[in-house]
Design a protein around this ligand. Structure first.
Ligand code: ATP
Ligand code: MG
Length: 442
């Protein structure tokens, strides 16, 4: 395993003072997968006070000292944590006590999954008492120790497990999976911010099988999705139930957060809007609007950033708009929603189409293709789209004696319309002239 120079330097300093030093956890897992680790964590038998004195000449952060962690600000921050064991998880999330221990194997035993419970040091090689290397090779997610106990200690591990499966293409071993499902009510007690942040990481990596396998876990934290599971659409365009279709759409969307959330929630309003016509075909009138409201309340509950909540609700609200828009509507939508949102809607609409049938076909319907071509055409013209793009503004009109209010608003809207229709140049003097003549009419 190759370690960066600045990490080796810190390890050598600890060794030089007579202490062990191992890289541990996520960085070992990622290196074995030939991925660049986000950060390098060290563990050591040095007590926190001893670590502090070994690195007395370095810039340090010491907020984690009580739990045994000293952060050394080297080329990148490196957390150095004393080997520790922990217990007393009264809140099913945080240990009530931690105790420093001399043996790395006791430290590895407190970690959640075998693939995360490995350490490495150049002189001694791997410390891997739970078979993490084998599990990583065989792509298995396995809890360290008794899975039920480990999830009862800390319910967040259930979501971490689902996330690791998605991100590293792992399959949960059967007892681990059974415990993830049977202990899922522990998710109700977690902080919503933590749930949101784990769900984001899960969604960005999720494949169809992850979404299907972990449906009981997802519906525990997103109960609004529960009615979609097994909900048959009775519609010749759909072969999947609403949840199965959703899983396919999420996986077919680019890995961008607002898109993945919108894909997950785009049909959440369907069960409430189900209607069967006289031919026995299922329809869902109004489901986009209902879904947008549900999406907004779900994301607000999870304390998602406001901008994210609003964006996802907008995408859900307009998720089947592109395929219905033609000519002028495209321009109107562009003005109303902006280029970024419209491009996201296009991506979502394509994925929505691909998620209706099994298979890898990535054909795009003619309606969506036409929409895309029209959008590109309008954007290539560099059109005047919002009042901000107009060559005059409210202040210019005020200088002509028009006070801010209804008259000014309708005058600006009129000028915008004229420019957009190509009837007049977007040029200050021209627009002022028109404003003047129109002002007398108003
Ligand atoms: P990533 O940083 O990619 O999100 P990671 O595995 O490095 O994944 P961190 O949260 O950085 O996760 O934690 C570092 C290590 O600490 C983990 O690899 C694992 O060994 C241990 N760990 C983290 N959170 C928990 C937990 N809730 N329960 C048990 N062990 C944990
Ligand atoms: Mg990490």
């Amino acid at each position: 395993m190759e370690l960066p120079g600045y990490v080796l330097e810190l390890m050598q300093k600890l060794n030089g003072a007579g202490f062990q030093a191992w890289v541990v956890g996520g960085c070992v897992r990622d290196s074995l997968l030939c991925k660049t680790p986000k950060d390098w964590d060290l563990c050591t038998d040095a007590k926190p006070a001893e670590t502090l004195s070994v690195f007395a000449d370095f810039r340090l952060l010491t907020q984690g000292l009580k739990h045994g962690t000293v952060t050394v600000l080297s080329d990148s921050p490196v957390e150095i944590t004393t080997f520790r064991t922990e217990g007393g998880y009264a809140d099913h999330r945080h240990p009530g006590w931690v105790a420093f221990v001399p043996d790395i194997r006791l430290d590895l035993a407190r970690r959640d999954f075998t693939v995360n419970a490995m350490a490495y040091c150049p002189a001694l090689g791997f410390a891997d008492p739970f078979g993490g290397q084998r599990d990583l090779q065989e792509k298995i997610l396995r809890a360290v120790g008794d899975p039920e106990t480990r999830f009862q200690e800390d319910g967040l591990r259930i979501l971490r497990g689902a996330r690791f499966c998605a991100a590293y293409d792992l399959t949960p071993e059967s007892a681990t999976f059974a415990a993830m499902v049977s202990q899922r009510q522990l998710l109700d007690g977690l902080s919503r911010e933590r749930v949101y942040s784990e769900l984001c990481k899960f969604l960005l990596a999720a494949k169809v099988e992850d979404l299907e396998r972990f449906a009981p876990i997802l519906t525990q934290v997103l109960p609004e999705l529960a009615p979609t599971v097994g909900f048959l659409q009775q519609n010749p365009h759909h072969v999947f139930d609403v949840y199965g279709h959703t899983a396919h759409v999420v996986a077919a969307c680019p890995a961008e957060l607002p898109l993945r959330w919108a894909a997950l929630l785009h049909d959440v309003g369907k069960p409430q809007c189900f209607h069967v016509d006289e031919k026995g075909v299922g329809h869902f009138p109004g489901h986009a609007q209902v879904g947008a409201e549900l999406a907004a309340s779900i994301l607000a509950r999870l304390r998602a950033p406001k901008a994210m909540t609003e964006q996802v609700a907008t995408l859900v609200r307009y998720h089947s708009t592109c395929r219905q828009a033609k000519g002028k509507t495209v321009r109107r939508l562009l003005r109303k929603l902006g280029e970024t949102t419209l491009r996201q809607l296009l991506a979502l609409d394509k994925a929505d189409g691909w998620g209706k049938q099994p298979g890898e076909s990535r054909e795009v319907s003619s309606e969506i293709r036409e929409f895309e071509e029209e959008l590109e055409r309008i954007l290539a013209e560099a059109p005047c789209l919002t009042l901000r793009d107009l060559a005059i503004n409210g202040r210019d009109l005020q200088a002509m004696g028009i006070l801010p209010g209804k008259v000014m608003g309708s005058l600006l809207a009129f000028l915008l319309e004229q420019v957009e229709a190509g009837a007049v140049e977007n040029e200050k003097e021209t627009l002022l002239q028109i404003a003047k003549s129109r002002q007398t009419e108003l």
